[in-house]
Design a protein around this ligand. Structure first.
Ligand code: OAD
Length: 231
């Protein structure tokens, strides 16, 4: 049974990572236009670098919660039949043990060199500007996909969504495309669709099974069901 799990900020909320849309469109007091667009970075690169430096440090001080651990358990049961696609830029899925994982919106713990395109693993601050370890230019930015930029690995994700038997959406408001469109694609291709979220999302089509509540409770219970059914 092939499973695709799409995760969003809600799965990391109980670890202490703030979600995006629960704070009036402001993100730690900054507008999305200022800190999550290429134009915002052009206007004030130092502000944007400091913003993501703070996010990177904050994520280093939190730990995965029961929902991340449950998805790692699902991977141990289903192996390569499971693909986790996360919109999150934190590394909590990896730290819980998930390996078959796509970070479609990038990773806080990588830098992206605007000069040579390298994407080195990065756990230090990017302000003041350090040199790129590959080309030496001081043009590193966070490897985070901003509004107006192309998410990563779309072909791989779409192939998996089209082929899956179960599609689950966890902790995402369903308001940012292309991720928000995957439930409709999975459903059109015959998958059973499940939503585990604090509240019903903005999805274009209803899920076959929609459960409202905390990811830290809903996800372990759902994983138990799948693992038990597999026997
Ligand atoms: P949002 O902040 O838009 O949505 C988070 C969802 O999680 C909401 O529907 C909440 O109800 C739900 N939620 C909050 N706490 C929860 C909990 N403890 N358990 C379960 N659900 C909970 O975040 P995303 O959907 O991830 O993109 O946002 C999508 C994208 O928009 C992000 O990846 C980012 C952002 O702008 C980019 O940076 C490109």
């Amino acid at each position: 049974m092939r499973i695709v799990v799409l995760t969003g900020a809600g799965i990391s909320a109980e670890s202490g990572v703030p979600t995006f849309r629960d704070a009036d469109g402001l993100w730690e007091g900054h507008s999305v236009d200022d800190v999550a667009t290429p134009e915002g970075f052009e206007r004030d690169p130092d502000l944007v670098q400091r913003f993501y430096d703070a996010r990177r440090r904050a994520v280093a001080s939190v730990v995965p919660n029961a929902a991340h651990h449950a998805l790692a358990r699902l991977e141990r049961a289903f192996g390569d039949e499971l693909l986790v696609v996360t919109q999150n830029v934190d590394d909590l899925h990896e730290r819980a043990g998930t390996r078959n994982l796509v970070h479609m919106h990038g990773e806080l713990q990588r830098a992206l060199c605007a000069a040579c395109g390298a994407r080195p693993v990065w756990d230090a601050d990017l302000e003041p500007r350090p040199p790129c370890p590959v080309c030496g230019e001081r043009m590193l930015r966070p490897d985070v996909v901003w509004f107006g930029e192309m998410p990563y690995d779309l072909d791989r994700i779409e192939d998996a969504v089209v082929a899956c038997d179960v599609f689950a959406s966890i902790g995402t408001s369903g308001s940012v495309y292309p991720a928000a469109g995957y439930v409709a694609l999975a459903s059109a291709c015959g998958a059973w669709t499940v939503e585990l979220n604090l509240e019903p999302s903005d999805a274009l089509i209803p899920f076959d099974d929609a459960r409202a509540g905390w990811a830290g409770e809903l996800v372990p219970a759902w994983v138990d069901e799948l693992v038990t059914a597999r026997g």
